[in-house]
Design a protein around this ligand. Sequence first.
Ligand code: FAD
Length: 453
Amino acid sequence: MEHLERDVVVIGAGPSGLTAAYELNKAGKSVAVLEARDRVGGRTWTDVMDGATIEIGGQWISPDQTGLYSLINELGIETFERYKAGKSVYLNEQGEAIAYDGDDFPVAESTVAEMNKLISLMNELAAQMNPDTPWEHPQAEELDQISFHHFLRQHSDDELACNNVGLFIAGGMLTKPAHTFSALQAVLMASSAGSFDNLVDEDFILDRRIVGTMQGVSKAVAERLGDEIVFLNNPVLKLEWFDGGVVAHGQSVTVSAKKVIVAIPPNLYSRISYVPALPRKQHVTHQHQSMGLVIKVHAVYETPFWREEGLSGTCFGPNALVQELYDNTYTGESTGTLVGFISDLKADAMWELDEEARRAAILKGIAAYLGEKALDPKVFYLSDFAAEEWTRGAYATSYDLGGLYRFGPAQNENIGPIYFSSSDLAGEGFQHVDGAVRMGRRSAARIIAELDG
Ligand code: FAD
């Protein structure tokens, strides 16, 4: 067992932990990062399958994500635009695929008007919120007492409008059914992206991708830090803490440090045994943040056949199995890659099936938008972060009903030398790599101020 003495030990080599370590290192602090997996990047992860680049985890970057943009600029990493040319496809309640241009779904004018009304309401509420302190919103207590599902129906009788708007946050972002989280949590999701308009505009929120992939950002930071700082295959299951510091116990390395940054998702905080135990407020708080569940489906074809048909590959179906679909062809590749998402209850149903039945059902779901050519991909791959010990869900964690107002104020408090950092605790960039980077920088800055102060 190797023993190290450092100013700061970071637990977790995802974007948040690595950014924190990078900032600390630049400020002249000694640091070690202990990572459970045999790779860096956490919920960002890339593989190449039959020649096609597949981003298994986080991948898109939007113009408001200036925290992440400033990091990639510093690292000299470029971005490329997602393929957006051509018509989108909407799958209506009768299962008909309708190609359309513009931002509005091809539904009845009255439904479009109701959707716009709900979107305006969400925009107004989001504008009143500081995403760093959602619990201080003027209606925070009230909004946290009602599920997003019921909140939408409180404001509209148009079931289709409620479903269509609900999709953007429930299946699309928090990846939980809309009846399981509050309207306040939904407003935070909108506010964290600048507005609800931004969230519902796929050309904004899914604007660009990273050359070298999103995991490449973590790899570039880890490379700059080097092997003397980042230690893979070192899950920390025990953390001793006291007035002057901590001892973090990894698999093959222990680190004594003045401070620790726990840069893992909140649903995993209780995997670590804290000695002594954490205060009761944290014990309770940590039980109310849970992961959503989504299957990210990749299907790779010999060519992007939908482009020849004047389609962008962007498809939506609020009632469909695959509720969103996009052209996900990596820059420079001649094959065509589609990425689809299957969320919460529909994901549960898919994991109940055997492999063959699951593949058939999902490809049928994609073909419902783009026709029979979609049935025969050369690569078919399902991201399964829920089965990964060091994540246990996707995309990220959110509070249960009433949890954000009650427990949120405690989430960013440090406990003596222990600081928490992850995208799940971010205001701006909440649940996104941008939020992870912002939180990493914030934790590092707080610690540098303490150590120097
Ligand atoms: P993580 O990335 O989860 O990193 C935490 C690290 O801690 C992991 O490496 C883990 O192995 C390690 N760890 C856990 N427990 C321990 C322990 N006890 N000891 C040591 N190490 C430990 N975001 C976007 O911005 N754009 C997207 O398009 C997007 N799409 C996504 C798609 C999917 C399928 C998923 C899963 C996520 C997506 N996200 C996206 C979200 C984004 O990936 C996360 O918000 C981001 O990775 C969070 O970074 P983090 O550092 O906070 O946590």
